[in-house]
Design a protein around this ligand. Sequence first.
Ligand SMILES: [Zn+2]
Length: 145
Amino acid sequence: MSKKKNGNVQLDLFEALSGKVAVDRERARADIVKKVDRCIRLLNEEWGMNIEMPELRFDLKGAHAGQVITEGSDALFPVLRFNLAVAIANWPDFLETTVPHEVAHLGVHAKWGRRPRVHGREWKATMATLGVPAKRCASDSSTTP
Ligand SMILES: [Zn+2]
């Protein structure tokens, strides 16, 4: 480890300790698309369903990390929105937890419709199927009914 006492070394150390990885917008987008696809394939295999890839938008701003919109659109083609700035600031945690979190909302809607509670047992079971701890994210703004 370097003994330099400038800000760069401190930043490197912070990044090493926090496990953060630098990623640019294009790479983040591409990785999120791949992750959504992998999660949906996994749910389809486990459930014997044919959930289709949703429309993905990277237009979410502010503190919200992700959002699923099912109301007002065809139930087969909901929209998943992600906040790229939040994704990059929280990489790779965002990829490993926030993306499956939102896909799980999508899966719950596809399998159980609008009856389940937003972070209820169906969502928790779906997170378990995806192999991700079912931790509610404070910046989640899902509108899944
Ligand atoms: Zn949520």
